[in-house]
Write a protein that binds this ligand. Structure first.
Ligand SMILES: [Zn+2]
Ligand SMILES: [Zn+2]
Length: 306
C-alpha cells in the first residue's frame, strides 16, 4: 500500500518536476521550450533514445537530429505538456552530421508523421550528403509510399513530400519564431559536422552536435542562455583501450575539456547530452566538470524540459 502511495505521488509530480528541474531556466515563464528527446549515444540504453533535441517556440517544433526513437519521444514530450510536439507538427529537422546514431530515426521522422496525417512537407536542413541519404530512404520505402497514397488508406500526399537543403555556414533558416545559424565543429574525420545556434524572441540556444573541442562553439554561445554540449567522462576514458582512446579524443570532448569551453563560452545553463560514461555515474561526470567550471550545469535525461 505504502509503495502504491509513493508511486502515485511520484506519478502525480512527474509533469511538474519535468518542467521545474533543478537548474532549469523556468520554462513556464519562457515562450521557448527546450525538450530533450534523446540524450543517448550509439549505446542501446533503453532509458536514452538516440540524440535529438526539440526547440519549441509558440508551439512550433524545430528538431535537431533524429536518433532512434525520436518520434515516440516527441509523443511522450507532448504527453508531459509540450503541446508543440504533437506528431503531425514535426515538419522542420536540422541535422548536425550523418553518423547513424543521429540519423537512424530519419525514416521514422519522414514516415510516422506522414502516416499520422501531417499535411505539409517535411523540411530538412543538414550537411552535404543529407540529400543522398534522404533520397535513398524514399526509394527504399517506395512500395510503402505507393500503397499508402494509392491504396484505400485515407492519406495526405503533402505529408510525404520532403524538401532537403544542404546548408553552408551562417544563417540557414529564419521565420517569425527563430533564426538558425550553422557553424562548423571538429568531429574527427568527418569533413563536415555542424553545430547550431537558435535565436528565438526570448532565448538563445546553442547545440554542439558531436564534436571534439571546437572554438566555434565558444563563439556561437558567447553568453547564450542554454548550451547543450556532448561530453565523455575523463575517468571513464582512462579505462578505455588505447585504440578507442585515440578515436574518442579525436571525435569527442572530455569533461575536463568541456569545463574549459564552458568557462569561456559562459552559458547561463550548460546541459550535458550524448554523455559517454563508461562506468562513471552522471553525478561523477558532473563532479568532473565542476572541478574546472563553476557555472550552472545539469546532466540531461530524456524528456526533460528546460
Ligand atoms: Zn553521436
Ligand atoms: Zn558523431
Amino acid at each position: 500500500m505504502r509503495r502504491f502511495i509513493l508511486l502515485a505521488l511520484f506519478l502525480s509530480c512527474w509533469p511538474a518536476n519535468s518542467q521545474n528541474l533543478p537548474g532549469s531556466s523556468s520554462p513556464a515563464q519562457s515562450k521557448t521550450q527546450v525538450a530533450l528527446l534523446g540524450t543517448g549515444t550509439p549505446n542501446a540504453d533503453p532509458d536514452r533514445s538516440g540524440p535529438s533535441v526539440a526547440i519549441v517556440v509558440n508551439d512550433t517544433p524545430y528538431v535537431i537530429d533524429c536518433g532512434p526513437g525520436v518520434v515516440r519521444r516527441a509523443a511522450a514530450a507532448q504527453r508531459v505538456g509540450v503541446k508543440g510536439l504533437s506528431v503531425e507538427k514535426l515538419r522542420r529537422l536540422f541535422i548536425t552530421h550523418l553518423h547513424s546514431d543521429h540519423t537512424a530515426g530519419l525514416p521514422d521522422f519522414i514516415f510516422t508523421p506522414a502516416v499520422l496525417e501531417r499535411d505539409a512537407p517535411l523540411e530538412i536542413y543538414g550537411p552535404p550528403g543529407i540529400k543522398k541519404m534522404t533520397d535513398h530512404i524514399l526509394k527504399a520505402y517506395a512500395e510503402d509510399i505507393n500503397i499508402r497514397l494509392r491504396g484505400l488508406e485515407p492519406s495526405k500526399p503533402r505529408g510525404y513530400v520532403v524538401n532537403v537543403r544542404e546548408v553552408k555556414m551562417g544563417v540557414i533558416y529564419r521565420d517569425e519564431n527563430v533564426t538558425v545559424k550553422a557553424f562548423p565543429v571538429k568531429h574527427g574525420s568527418w569533413k563536415r559536422a555542424l553545430g547550431f545556434r537558435f535565436e528565438t524572441p526570448d532565448r538563445t540556444i546553442v547545440v554542439s552536435g558531436d564534436c571534439a573541442p571546437s572554438d566555434s562553439v565558444i563563439e556561437a554561445c558567447n553568453g547564450c542562455d542554454v548550451l547543450i554540449h556532448e561530453v565523455y567522462s575523463t575517468t571513464g576514458f582512462a579505462r578505455r583501450p588505447p585504440e578507442w582512446q585515440r578515436y574518442h579524443s579525436n571525435f569527442h570532448t572530455s569533461s575536463k575539456e568541456l569545463a574549459v569551453i564552458a568557462a569561456k563560452a559562459q552559458p547561463k545553463l550548460l546541459i550535458l547530452y550524448h554523455q559517454l560514461l563508461w562506468g562513471a555515474t552522471p553525478e561523477q561526470l558532473l563532479a568532473e566538470i565542476k572541478e574546472g567550471y563553476s557555472g550552472r550545469v545539469v546532466s540531461g535525461h530524456d524528456l526533460e524540459i528546460y
